[in-house]
Design a protein around this ligand. Structure first.
Ligand SMILES: NC(=O)c1ccc[n+]([C@@H]2O[C@H](COP(=O)([O-])OP(=O)(O)OC[C@H]3O[C@@H](n4cnc5c(N)ncnc54)[C@H](OP(=O)(O)O)[C@@H]3O)[C@@H](O)[C@H]2O)c1
Length: 320
């Protein structure tokens, strides 16, 4: 089968299209003939070699999120899975391939009307957006800022916050054109990456959902209202300054909260319940997914170049 591996850590040119044996599902797993493969920010991080200390090696088969049809069952898997159209989380490897395996607990049937491309755009990121807002206890009428809103996590967070009755949904983004697209999805105020501009934007926020992190994180901690809650869900801009906690302590009398959130800490059945509900919403058109571009699997190099160049709004999808 065709697959894409990391021949050499670093630039997208280090990715290589190879021929690999078709994987055999282990007990409790299914094999999926893929029709859509999500290209996520974490794939770029692994490709660059940033996570080599965590055991990722050259030769790694990238990809964590696929949609397709179940074509083989491992021992102990209920026969009713055979032939179903599904979304699946494959772990942090194995997705960039014509055939992928996943544990049956990480597989979900697709509702009629939801494309594979939409499923791999929403499946992982929608759950992060949902539980991040839940942990932040966003209440109707409160103001929220989604930092790094133009990715698939932010795009869902903006829609969920608007739907939940937020008093204002502000976003950071790098261009007016992207800001306009985010307004179409429910954003009420658009500010620049450093929080500048948007003259009518609230000066403070009750909740910040942050996909970016990086050196400018303290600027956004300063924008929390009293009793405000900050939830960091990603680090696309790198790690924050080591001493950012001193900002929180300096504002002691404003009762601010800072939390990290990883969907790994949500029990699997809870994740699947939210995902299932979001898939149904998306199939009905009540939740929008944004597929930036669909490319053939053997075009993983240009897909990663587009990600590195910051050109992607939403998510790139590969198709075998
Ligand atoms: N918490 C969890 O459970 C969980 C699960 C999966 C993934 N993640 C994490 O989530 C992140 C990926 O999320 P995603 O796919 O939604 O994001 P993404 O598409 O990679 O990036 C979102 C947006 O952030 C902005 N951005 C990029 N670099 C920036 C920088 N240096 N400074 C300021 N803004 C910048 C860009 O928008 P503009 O150009 O418009 O500013 C970009 O479109 C990764 O860090 C990944 O590890 C977390």
């Amino acid at each position: 089968m065709m697959a894409v591996v990391i021949r050499e850590f670093g630039s997208p040119d280090g990715l290589e299209v190879v021929d690999l044996p078709v994987p055999v599902p282990a007990p409790g797993q299914v094999r999926i003939t893929t029709e859509a493969i999500g290209v996520g920010g974490v794939d770029a991080v692994i490709r660059r070699g940033t996570l080599a200390a965590h055991g990722f090696r050259e030769g790694h088969l990238l990809g964590s999120e696929v949609a397709g049809s179940v074509t083989a069952l491992g021992e102990g898997v209920d026969a009713s899975w055979m032939g179903r159209r599904v979304w699946a989380f494959t772990g942090l490897s194995g997705g960039y391939a014509e055939q992928a395996v996943a544990s049956v607990e990480d597989v979900l049937s697709l509702p009629d009307g939801l494309s594979g491309a939409d499923a791999v755009t929403l499946g992982g990121s929608g759950v992060v957006a949902h539980f991040a807002l839940d942990r932040a206890r966003l209440a109707p009428g409160e103001t929220v800022l989604v930092r790094g809103a133009a990715g698939s996590i932010g795009i869902t967070a903006v829609q969920l916050a608007a739907r939940g009755g937020a008093g204002a949904v502000a976003v950071t983004t790098s261009s007016a054109e992207r800001g306009g697209r985010l307004r179409d999805l429910g954003a009420t105020h658009v500010v620049g990456r450093s929080g500048e501009g948007g003259p009518d934007a609230p000066s403070g926020f009750d909740v910040v959902i942050d996909v970016v992190g990086g050196p400018q994180l303290p600027l956004f901690l300063d924008r929390l209202n009293s009793n405000g809650r900050y939830v960091a869900v990603g680090v696309v801009g790198g790690q924050p300054p080591a001493d950012f906690g001193t900002r929180l302590m300096a504002a002691f009398r404003r009762s601010l909260s800072f939390a990290t959130f990883s969907s790994d800490t949500v029990p699997g059945p809870d994740r699947q319940a939210v995902r299932s509900s979001q898939f149904a919403d998306a199939a009905r058109g009540d939740l929008r997914t944004v597929v930036h571009e669909t490319l053939p699997l053997d075009q993983a190099v240009p897909a990663h170049r587009a990600m590195d160049a910051g050109k992607v709004f939403g998510r790139i999808v590969l198709t075998p």
